[in-house]
Design a protein around this ligand. Structure first.
Ligand SMILES: Cc1cc2nc3c(=O)[nH]c(=O)nc-3n(C[C@H](O)[C@H](O)[C@H](O)COP(=O)(O)OP(=O)(O)OC[C@H]3O[C@@H](n4cnc5c(N)ncnc54)[C@H](O)[C@@H]3O)c2cc1C
Length: 302
């Protein structure tokens, strides 16, 4: 355990903050949270002025633990840290299960020996060809896989607010990017062509050769499908599911050793009380799993 996670555990709840008027509201909000016994906040970088809000909250309440949420790249981490953020929360984009677990969130890689999945309900229809070509031209993570497509034509299917930044990143690597989405994006580099389309299909032979967008074929070597959330089974295809949820036992252990799951992702009822209870059990089971890893000769827990 590190100091920050100890502190968050002790406080027990982390308010997620999005302020429209940081200059006006950040300091009073920080003081109110501290006075109410919740000296912690995660300020989401989705909103403009997040860096300013973090700085003002830390100034108003230096004892408060302030972090940055929805962080998607290294630049944002730097800005958040400069403002006084002590932790960052990002979207997990890829997961490697080897010798423990390595999770990529933005440009950061986090490692652990056990993993608790609690992404809520992630239901998403896949495009034709998407599952077939996953890892053979289809990617969900520009930061992780972008270098593989350097100087090659790629399409970005932009379904998440940070997708334009990811497309800009691919462009900066030298990829010839075409951006496809149902709505015109904000923040896309001016020299990246945009195509409005909703009906998509990934085409290929052994690897991806193109994306069909509303009937027109866009030849490319890679298709980056950037959604708001990544389904746990896309992060970890070995996870077994049951009626649409991650299959777990009473210890909230999944079919993958060391991986636990809790909340809506394990299926109904989709309610807070169930999510909280399962989270509690999953945390205890993960601790027990770690203890057993440290003492491999110990008998398995009953
Ligand atoms: C409108 C509405 C009203 C509701 N009303 C009630 C009610 O009155 N009573 C009740 O008991 N329940 C209610 N619920 C259901 C309740 O909100 C859920 O059951 C509960 O929040 C589930 O908790 P969870 O932690 O499993 O998932 P969530 O609360 O959905 O949290 C999951 C979090 O994981 C994040 N995430 C997902 N993927 C990733 C990733 N790849 N990387 C990083 N983060 C990720 C998500 O962004 C989200 O913040 C309501 C739900 C909705 C939508």
């Amino acid at each position: 355990m590190n100091i920050i996670s100890d502190r968050l555990t002790e406080i027990g709840v982390v308010p997620v903050i999005k302020l429209e008027h940081p200059q006006r509201d950040a300091a009073p909000l920080a003081k109110a949270l501290c006075a109410g016994g919740v000296p912690v906040a995660e300020v989401t970088f989705r909103a403009e002025g997040a860096q300013e809000a973090i700085r003002l909250m830390k100034e108003a309440c230096p004892e408060m633990t302030v972090g940055a949420g929805t962080v998607t790249n290294a630049m944002q981490i730097q800005l958040a840290a400069e403002a006084g953020a002590e932790f960052v929360v990002g979207k997990a984009l890829s997961l490697l299960a080897w010798n423990g677990f390595s999770i990529t969130a933005g440009s950061q890689v986090y490692q652990g020996k056990a993993l608790i999945l609690a992404p809520g309900v992630v239901r998403q229809a896949k495009y034709p060809g998407e599952a077939e070509f996953l890892g053979r031209g289809v990617s969900y993570c520009a930061t992780c896989d972008g270098m593989l497509y350097r100087n090659k034509p790629v399409t970005v299917v932009g379904l998440a607010p940070d997708a334009p930044q990811e497309a800009n990143y691919l462009h900066s690597l030298g990829c010839q990017v075409v951006y496809v989405s149902p709505h015109r994006p904000q923040g896309l580099d001016g020299d990246i062509p945009y195509r409005k389309a909703g009906k998509l299909a990934v085409k290929g032979e052994t690897t991806v050769t193109g994306l069909e967008a509303d009937g027109a074929l866009l030849p490319c070597a890679g298709v980056f499908i950037l959604r708001r959330a990544v389904a746990p089974t896309d992060l970890l295809p070995a996870l077994e599911t049951e009626e649409g949820g991650i299959r777990v036992d009473r210890r909230m252990a999944t079919s993958v050793p060391g991986v636990f799951a809790a909340g809506d992702c394990t299926g109904g009822p989709l309610q807070v009380s169930k999510a909280v209870g399962e989270g509690h059990v999953a945390a205890l089971s993960a601790c027990e799993y770690l203890d057993l890893q440290d003492r491999p000769q110990a008998a398995p827990a009953k």
